[in-house]
Design a protein around this ligand. Structure first.
Ligand code: HCA
Ligand code: CU
Length: 383
């Protein structure tokens, strides 16, 4: 369904962890790594997986052939330049679809492939016609869309739509678009083509998630994501964060995915890359469900939704009520003690809370310090 009334309907994730993600510093996925990541993402329910071009290296081609032979629900894509040799090799590797791209900005036309707009369209039509004949799903994107001449890209998109492409792709290659620009461009494009629309956004200026979300609101049907947002430079739209964004908009939008697999997928990818999941990653970051100030914890203990837009349990995560600090509230201490089997009388609770605060004023404290304070408080009662 294609809509442009700001409400998001049907959409697909194109997971590019094995393509854009291979362009991340320090990524060296073996074929086994690629199989493992693809299987996890298949179980999660992504609709497409995009792999590096088979032209890149023999392993890249082998990986496509290997995944093509595996049982899977997602459609297998590879990312190719707009030329016939690349398209033929991709088809030979057993893909379901090809993401064809070519630069349309002045930079790309001058310093990359050196083609005129007419030549871009001509080669695009030829490649798309060939792939259509081979029954391959096709996408044609204009690299660096936001620094390209608007009329030029619309001309290219219209020509490709008429040539029978399944999707056109908008690429914020250097991460400069803002949500309103993304919304406007895709809204305009929605009126120009009748095929599906894909959005690929880099995160150089922190807008990748917001831009992807606005792209969907404007009528995009496919969004490129990677696990933890890995990609060239600081990467593209992270799948987990976009899932979080969609969930907060309407939980039903993401109930087609196996959300509880997200933490494991991110852990597996992070481990293979030798990186930590950043502490402030939405949903899976260490502090994503960490409640600290007394006012917050008091309300969260009564109803977590007071300070949570996302239910951690929906993602197999759990919330933390932090009590080892000076901002602690008595209700948090009461609940903490109760979890440890201690029922504190009000006066003891007040004293214990005051002592935790005093101790925390001296310097950072730990749960063991809180335990010590509580057990000292309880001694007279035990006697
Ligand atoms: C690249 C560039 C690309 C392509 C995106 C697309 C970009 O690394 O080849 O095919 O739509 O950001 O423009 O990732
Ligand atoms: Cu990119």
């Amino acid at each position: 369904m294609r809509s442009r009334n700001n409400s998001i309907h049907e959409f697909n994730f194109i997971d590019s962890t094995l393509r854009e993600g291979e362009q991340f510093r320090g990524t060296h996925f073996s074929i086994d790594d690629k199989r493992e990541i693809a299987s996890l993402l298949d179980r999660f329910g992504v609709e497409y997986m995009e792999l590096s071009t088979p032209v890149a290296s023999p392993q890249s081609a082998d990986a496509i052939r290997t995944l093509a032979d595996m049982r899977r629900r997602y459609k297998l894509l590879t990312h190719i330049r707009a030329n016939m040799d690349d398209a033929k090799l991709a088809v030979d590797c057993g893909i379901d679809g090809a993401d064809v791209y070519i630069g349309t900005s002045n930079y790309m036309r001058e310093y990359s492939h050196g083609k005129s707009l007419e030549q871009v369209i001509e080669i695009g039509q030829k490649v798309v016609a060939y792939l259509n004949e081979q029954d391959i799903e096709t996408r044609f994107s204009t690299e660096d869309t936001f620094r390209s001449n608007f009329a030029d890209v619309m001309t290219v998109y219209r020509a490709m739509d008429l040539a029978g492409v399944d999707r056109v792709g908008v690429a914020d290659t250097v991460g400069i678009a803002d949500p309103m620009q993304t919304y406007n461009l895709i809204s305009n494009l929605r009126d120009v083509v009748s095929c599906d629309i894909e959005f690929h956004g880099h995160n150089d200026s922190s807008c990748a998630v917001a831009n992807a979300f606005c792209a969907l609101q404007a009528g995009a049907t496919h969004i490129d994501t990677t696990i933890l947002g890995i990609g060239e430079r600081n990467g593209i739209t992270p799948m987990g964060a976009l899932v979080g964004r969609l969930y907060t908009c309407d939980k039903a939008l993401v109930d087609k995915y196996d959300l509880c697999l997200l933490p494991e997928i991110e852990r597996v990818v992070a481990e293979k890359l030798g990186i930590e999941i950043p502490y402030n990653t939405p949903i899976t970051g260490e502090v994503a469900f960490h409640h600290k100030a007394g006012v917050h914890t008091n309300a969260v203990l009564k109803n977590p939704m007071t300070y949570e837009a996302i239910n951690p349990e929906d993602f197999g995560m759990s919330r933390v009520i932090d009590v080892a600090h000076r901002l602690v509230g008595r209700n948090a201490i009461r609940e903490y003690a109760a979890r440890g089997g201690l029922a504190l009388p009000e006066d003891v609770l007040n004293l214990a809370t005051a002592q935790v605060k005093l101790m925390a004023d001296e310097g950072p404290i730990t749960l063991e310090d809180v335990d010590r304070i509580l057990s000292k408080m309880m001694l007279p009662l035990d006697d």
